[in-house]
Ligand binder design. Structure first.
Ligand code: ADP
Length: 640
């Protein structure tokens, strides 16, 4: 086993690798950017080395700086985590040239799976089912169109160098093919510098089921499947293991195919074979197809750990340091059911817009596994993925585990930024999801209902009013209900106000939008005679009520001017990114809400809209420009 390793990553995955190293007696070296000086992973590691500026290209993507840090600290091996340099074969070569061990597969194995078309050809040869389609070298328009027709509509065009859903287009009928091909090629050329595409049959009621594999360079075992069908814009939201509705025949077929795939490329370490499954008629062994292999640890690996009892990072370290595979296939078994929910700083209603902010308050539940790189008081910066934490639960059955997830989310408290917590909670209550009827379109289809379910009930808003009025007994006493308080008053919160009438030593009546809510504190909160599980928290940004729903209220500052849009009529870039398009020119008149520009950042496109009506005074960027967070993009002035 290694004595010391360097972790070439940040956030929750760096922290998670350090946890396993501690248990194994392996010393750890963290690396950090200017933005992460005080980050949790840096605090946890035995040593830490500064590697550059906040932008990933200036720090976590600087292979040479990371290798220099490993040599300077005497680390013997480098753990890449996921993202950043984890699937970069040149980095693997450089690590090995420096006499260090890369904790992961060989550069050759990564290259073999790097391009979708070559990987599919390789898998076909190894006897792994691949999605029916065309993945040849010929790229003439007429050839691609005739192949698409042969496959049968609908088809999916994919960039061979693709990732993150880029360069992917669904085509329903022949007439739409030419335009879709052109736009897929354009996007692929910009994103990957490679405009080649492949065509696949579009699978109906698709489910994303992936198999965890582990190899030693020759042999491989599988650690069963994960279902990652709950996706929004091709990004996973809640994952689970095992897959609901999985049959022993299908599991055996998928496991064997995954092991064949890994062994075909001499795979070493942890990897994932992603399959697309046609779930239109339940799970059948002849209805799954290889999509791609991820040659690294996955974000959602903890659900596999929960059901198998294996620490995958421990296995990674043991195999990379030269030990044999820690288990045989027949030693591995599934116990119970596990879920993982990804808690993000993001505005779900605004199209999952990533958010930033200092976490004024953060508390996690007991009884769930929490993987996080963030502590209370830390900042979600615009530089990296805005994940706050992963919440992982494990129970004897699927229903029990899902119930635990609902409880764990209800006990999770985040204030200081907008989060997807309410959305995750709404998902755990979604009838189809509860019944195990999952497919990749579920979230998109039911988004409106999920957003509505997320709204906090009036009782939660009433409790926020009490907290804002100082009537919640904060500070451990019941001081809030002291008799010097006026008996009747108006309490103003950002966006709404309510009437409060003190009724007794621990009772108050809140009138809110005409609704009367009698609130009482008797050990717990009671509203109109109903006991609620609710916790009231005061923080810098205002007050928050946490429980089965979450409600945040900023204290209304009557001196603050009513917002008339951003300062000086400027539209600022909310995060660092690439300006994809600018829709206005100086002199144009715009209505409130009009599209001004599109910014590509954090793997997504964000439309920036006019905060108010006006005339465009100045356009300060051009399409194609890379901009920093806070950069002025467009200045509006009032209509003359
Ligand atoms: P990327 O590498 O760009 O993320 P993938 O090939 O991994 O693209 O596919 C991303 C997602 O797109 C899958 O998880 C699935 O939801 C959907 N998808 C991919 N291929 C198909 C297909 N042939 N039919 C239906 N949906 C698909």
């Amino acid at each position: 086993m290694f004595r010391k390793i360097l972790i070439a990553n940040r956030g929750e995955i760096a922290a998670r690798v350090i946890d396993s190293c501690r248990r194994l007696g392996v010393a750890t070296v963290a690396v950090y950017s200017d933005a992460d000086r005080d980050a949790r992973h840096v605090a946890m590691a035995d040593e830490a080395v500064h590697i550059g500026g906040p932008r990933p290209v200036d720090s976590y993507l600087r292979g040479e700086a990371i290798i220099a840090a490993a040599r300077a600290t005497g680390a013997e091996a480098v753990h890449p985590g996921y993202g950043f340099l984890s699937e970069n074969p040149e980095f693997v070569d450089a690590v090995e040239r420096a006499g260090l061990v890369f904790i992961g597969p060989s550069a050759k194995a990564i290259r073999a799976m790097g391009l979708k078309d070559a990987a599919k050809a390789l898998m076909e040869k190894a006897g792994v089912p691949v999605v029916p389609g065309y993945h040849g070298a010929g790229q003439e328009d007429a050839l691609l169109a005739s192949e698409a027709a042969r496959i049968g509509w609908p088809v999916l065009i994919k960039a061979v160098a693709g990732g993150g859903g880029k360069g992917m287009r669904l085509v329903e009928k022949a007439g739409d093919f030419a335009a879709a091909l052109e736009s897929a090629r354009g996007e692929a050329a910009t994103a990957f510098g490679n405009s080649a595409v492949l065509i696949e049959k579009y699978i109906q009621t698709p489910r994303h089921i992936e198999v965890q594999v582990f190899g030693d360079g020759k042999r491989a075992v599988h650690l069963f499947e994960r279902d990652c069908s709950l996706q929004r814009r091709h990004q996973k939201v809640i994952e689970e293991a095992p897959a609901p509705g999985m049959t022993p025949e299908m599991r055996a077929a998928m496991g064997q195919a995954a092991v064949r795939a890994a062994e075909a490329i001499g795979y070493a370490g942890a990897g994932t074979i992603e399959f697309i499954v046609d779930g239109s008629e339940g799970l059948r062994p002849d209805r799954f197809w290889f999509m791609e292999m991820n040659t690294r640890l996955q974000v959602e690996h903890p659900v596999t750990e929960a059901i198998t009892g294996v620490d995958l990072v421990e296995w990674q370290l043991r195999v990379a340091s030269g030990e044999a595979l820690p288990a045989r296939q027949e030693d591995l078994a599934i116990r119970g059911h596990a879920f993982e929910a990804r808690l993000y700083a993001e505005d779900v209603a605004a199209g999952f817009l990533p958010a930033t902010g200092r976490l004024a308050h953060l508390a996690f539940p007991e009884g769930a596994r929490i993987e996080t790189g963030i502590r209370a008081g830390d900042v979600i910066s615009p530089w990296y993925d805005p994940m706050i934490a992963k919440v992982i639960v494990h129970g004897p059955t699927r229903a029990a585990a899902l119930g635990q997830m609902e409880t764990a989310l209800a006990a999770t408290e985040v204030a200081g930024t907008v989060t997807n917590l309410g959305f995750l909670t709404a998902l755990t209550r979604h009838e189809g999801f509860r019944a195990g009827r999952v497919d990749t379109g579920l979230i998109g289809r039911d988004l409106a209902g999920l957003l509505a379910a997320e709204a906090a009930p009036a009782a939660f808003r009433a409790l926020a009013v009490l907290a804002a009025a100082g009537l919640d007994g904060a500070g451990g006493s019941e001081r809030g209900f002291a008799l010097w308080q006026p008996l009747r008053r108006t309490v103003a919160l950002e966006g709404f106000s309510a009437e409060v009438e003190v009724l007794g030593p621990a009772r108050a009546r809140v009138t809110l939008d005409g609704e009367v809510l009698d609130c009482e504190h008797r050990g717990e909160w009671w509203v109109n005679g109903r006991k609620l599980r609710a916790r009231l928290v005061h923080h810098k940004g205002g007050v928050s009520v946490f429980g089965a729903a979450t409600f945040h209220a900023a204290l209304h500052d009557p001196l603050a001017r009513e917002s008339e849009g951003p300062a000086g009529g400027l539209t600022l870039s909310p995060m660092p990114g690439l300006v994809k398009a600018v829709f206005v020119a100086a002199g144009d008149g715009v209505a409130a809400g009009a599209r001004l520009a599109v910014l590509e950042a954090m793997k997504m496109e964000h439309t920036l809209v006019a905060a108010r009506a006006g005339r465009v005074a100045e356009v300060l960027v051009v399409a194609g420009a890379q901009v920093e967070a806070g950069a002025a993009l467009i200045r509006l002035e009032d209509e003359a």
